[in-house]
Design a binder for this molecule. Structure first.
Ligand SMILES: CSC[C@H]1O[C@H](OP(=O)(O)O)[C@H](O)[C@@H]1O
Length: 346
C-alpha cells in the first residue's frame, strides 16, 4: 500500500482520514490540493508531509509559465509560503520546501529545464526518504532484543513517510530479522493514529500487534510487559529534545520511571539544529472538534472548553538514543547531532 503516488499530472495520496475502514486515494492536481490534504491530515506524518509538499511545488512548476525565470521563481516562493503555512511543528515540511526552492534557484541560474529539474528534485526527496528509513531500520534493529515487546505511540510508519517508516521501520527490520517481536500500539487520542493507522499498517504486514488505550501504557510498563519504546519525531532540537505526537512525553516519563529504554527514530530531515532546545519548537494547536467527537459522534457536552495541542516535547534526558539514518546517537546528544548532521566536531 503506497502512502503517495506521483503521476505526470497529479499526486495521489492515500486518504488517512478514511483508514482503517476505507482505502481511498485523493487526487491532487495543484499545490492548493496538496496544502488542503496536509492541513486536513489526509496525509500526515513529518516526512510524508515534507515529500507531499515537494510534490505540491512540482505540480505548481508544471503549471507555471517558465519563460520569465525570475517571475517563475517568485511564483515558486509564493507556493512555498502557502504550503509552509499548513502545519507548524514538523520541520521536514520546511526542510523540503527550502530544498525545492534552493533547487529552483539553481536551475534559474543554470538555464536548465526548470520544470523537469523541479519534478526530479521532488522525486529525489521521495526516494531518499525511503532509503533513509531503511537505514533507520537497519541501525534500530541493533537495539531490539529477540522476542521483544515494543511499545510505540501514534504512527511513525510507512503512512507517516514516503515508505517503510521510522519507528515502524525499526519494527519492520526486527521482524524481518526473525526476532519474533510483538508490538503494543497506543491508540493515541484524539485522532487515534495508533488505533486507526499503526494497528492497520502492522496487520497488513502480519506483524503481531496489540492495541491499547493511552492510559494503559503505565500499567504494562510497571508489570514488565514492555521491553523498549520506539517512537517517531516531528522535530529534534540541537540538544536532543524531541517534539512528537501529544502523549509521547507521558510515555517517556513512564519509561524512565520503569527503566524501559526509550528510543526516537527519525531521519536527518527531522533534525533542526537552529533551535538550541525543544522549548523553541512551535506546537500546533488543532480544533476542538477532534477532542469532543469521534467519527462525528459526540463524546463531551456541547460547548465545553477544549485545549488540543497536537504535539509535546520530550526532554533529551528521558531519551535513551536517537536512531537516525546515519547511526544511533546516544547522550550527550548535542555533539552527536552536530557531528552527524554538519560533520563538525564540537
Ligand atoms: C515519522 S514521524 C511521524 C510523526 O508525525 C505524527 O504526527 P501527525 O500524525 O500529527 O502528523 C506523529 O507525531 C508521528 O510520530
Amino acid at each position: 500500500m503506497e502512502t503517495m503516488c506521483w503521476y505526470e499530472d497529479r499526486l495521489e495520496l492515500l486518504d488517512q482520514t478514511k483508514l482503517p475502514h476505507e482505502v481511498v486515494y485523493v487526487k491532487c492536481f495543484t499545490a492548493e490540493d496538496v496544502a488542503r490534504a496536509i492541513k486536513t491530515m489526509q496525509v500526515r506524518g513529518a516526512p510524508a508531509i515534507g515529500a507531499s509538499a515537494a510534490f505540491g511545488m512540482a505540480l505548481a512548476a508544471l503549471k507555471e509559465d517558465d519563460a520569465d525565470r525570475q517571475k517563475f521563481l517568485a511564483r515558486m516562493e509564493e507556493v512555498g509560503r502557502h504550503l509552509a503555512a499548513t502545519r507548524p511543528t514538523a520541520v521536514n515540511l520546511f526542510w523540503a520546501i527550502e530544498r525545492m526552492l534552493a533547487k529552483t534557484r539553481e536551475l534559474v541560474q543554470s538555464g536548465a529545464d526548470l520544470k523537469e529539474g523541479i519534478v526530479q528534485e521532488a522525486l529525489a526527496i521521495y526516494r531518499e526518504d525511503i532509503e533513509m528509513n531503511k537505514r533507520i531500520g537497519h541501525y534500530g534493529n541493533e537495539v531490539v532484543p529477540a522476542k521483544a515487546n515494543i511499545l510505540t505511540h501514534c504512527n511513525a510508519g510507512a503512512l507517516a513517510t514516503a515508505g517503510y517508516g521510522t519507528a515502524l521501520g525499526v519494527i519492520r527490520a526486527a521482524h524481518a530479522a526473525g526476532k519474533d517481536i510483538h508490538v503494543y500500539a497506543d491508540e493515541t487520542r484524539p485522532l487515534l493514529q495508533g488505533a486507526r493507522l499503526t494497528a492497520w499498517e502492522l496487520m497488513q504486514d502480519n506483524i503481531p500487534v496489540t492495541l491499547i488505550t493511552d492510559n494503559m501504557a503505565g500499567y504494562l510498563m510497571r508489570k514488565g510487559m514492555i521491553d523498549l519504546v520506539v517512537v517517531g519525531a516531528d522535530r529534534i532540537a540541537a540538544n536532543g529534545d524531541v517534539a512528537n505526537k501529544i502523549g509521547t512525553y507521558t510515555v517517556a516519563v513512564l519509561a524512565k520511571a520503569n527503566r524501559v529504554p526509550f528510543y526516537v527514530a527519525a531521519p536527518g530531515s527531522t533534525v533542526d539544529l537552529t533551535l538550541v532546545n525543544g522549548d523553541l519548537i512551535p506546537i500546533e494547536e488543532r480544533g476542538h472538534e477532534e477532542v469532543i467527537s469521534l467519527y462525528g459522534q459526540g463524546v463531551a457536552p456541547q460547548g465545553v472548553k477544549v485545549f488540543n495541542p497536537a504535539f509535546d516535547v520530550t526532554p533529551h534526558e528521558l531519551i535513551t538514543g536517537i536512531i537516525t539514518d546515519k547511526g544511533i546517537i546516544r547522550p550527550p546528544f548535542v555533539e552527536g547531532l552536530k557531528k552527524l548532521f554538519t560533520g563538525e566536531e564540537e
